[in-house]
Design a protein around this ligand. Sequence first.
Ligand code: ADP
Length: 587
Amino acid sequence: MVLTTFVLMSVVWVFLNARVENIFYDDFRTNIETNYNELGINEENTDYQKLFKELKENALIAGFIHGHDKSYTILDKSTAEILYSSDVLYETDKLQFRNEIFKSENLLYVLSQKDANVVGNKQKYTKADGGNFYDYVKTQKLKDGEYVLFFKYNRDRALVVLEDFSNAILLSTVISLFAAVVIGSVLSRTITLPINDIMHKAEKITDGEFGYALTVKSDDEVGKLTQTFNFMSSRLKSMLTEITSEKKKLETILDYMTDGIIAYNRSGEVILTNPAAEKLLKSKTSEIVSFDEFMNILGISLKMDDITEENNISEPLHKVQYKDKFIKIHLAIFTDENNQTDGVIAVIQDITEEHRLDNMRKEFVANVSHELRTPLTSVKSYTETLLDGALQDRATAEQFLGVINEETDRMTNLVKDLLTLSQHDGGIVLNLDDISIGDLVGSCIERMKREAKLKNQELKSKIKHGLPIIQGDRYRIDQLIINIIGNAIKYTPEKGKIMVQVHCDNDNLIISVEDNGIGIPAPDLGRIFERFYRVDKARSRQMGGTGLGLAIAKEIAILHGGNITVKSKLGKGTNISVLLPIRKARR
Ligand code: ADP
């Protein structure tokens, strides 16, 4: 504001100076013109003497005679000789006077021109040693020759007025500057201070400090700016809170989801992993390799460069083996603001269990079909033979029907076992009862004795007295004991020995069935409880086994909160122990 005021006042000063000077000169010139015209001088009626006389007598001229300020001078145009001058200096020093007036460009111009009506008023004032002067030059043709009239007006008079003007302007300038300082400082309070506040607040927001809203001190633009800034700051704060909470939610989801997530940038570097991915790949974040390397390990021929080039993944789903696991990996691209691939997200699922179950299911169906096919083929072939005529031969017919009956029994057993397992898979409800295991085992041995006798086997039992009563499903525990004793009879040759013992150990009841039969090879020990697993398929089938007995037995033991273990030596014998908790009984 100070600068603007100063510049404005300077312009006014220059302009007024020029204007005042113009007024002075114009007044001087028009005054001469008007008065001179009134004299009515022309070439026909006037000669030098008359001109000289007229000029001296004229009221106008009065102002010029002996005047310090104004004077007139008559020159002969052809010789440029001064004929007369009313100037004081002319009277004292003619030579200097001549020197001074001949500095006037107006005079020199007029003298140089032939035209009789030429006027010298181009330059307003002439600089001279004796003081600057305004001058106006006129030519006048008379009867006796051509003359030049040189009118002079001391510039000092104008300068006095100009000085007054300058002083007034200087004073105005000082007052204006003072006003500019005062108004400027008041404005700075209402404009600069709030803007400063906004600036500081903006710096704090940049550092994440939102603090309180700024006070709106006025209703003008600055006030509106403050209001808008407050609104912007509050919106920014709420947006930031929203983003932070969304981020936290996403982090929690990523941390707790069971699927592994790995995000890669467009260069294939890992930018994010979740704990599930680290657990699944059994490596720390820093050990998880780049996209290309990972795909190479998984045997998937896919490179990040190809994905960014195509902007698409043609085959996003893969099921592959990774170390000891089977994984399902789903790849998806994420894009930038131009819809160009910015990276890839890999969602990894552990499908080892799914894979195992799928295999088991396939194996199970194959096993069941196989188990049913053998007796069915046998039934079919015997029936055909009977229909083809064997029916006539009673002895053969009876033998064949016996085989058919046996095969049907085998199938019935298999279906029964399958039904039991399917019940277990569907989640059976145990029919809990108070059971005396001693009595239950005794009754089972009684029932199995006939079978043992057929093989001349010795089936003995040693049951401790005073065993505690346990809670369990009588029917199923009975089935469990029969299965194990049945196996001992099946896999022990004639004249073998089988010993069934029941005793108490801490919190468990232990039923152990020991035989001196064929035994089980060590590598098979871990698998005999699997469904359809049989050490010697032919022998088992021959014995009427289905390969499901021990699987059912183990499931019953587990359902009761117990377990079943096996010890065996090939060719020496086998010991199968069932452990049942005394107080703990499930369901
Ligand atoms: P299976 O109906 O074939 O007997 P199990 O599930 O009852 O089926 O038993 C699985 C396999 O375990 C049998 O095929 C057999 O090879 C072996 N096994 C079970 N009990 C004995 C035992 N006491 N002595 C020797 N081998 C046994």
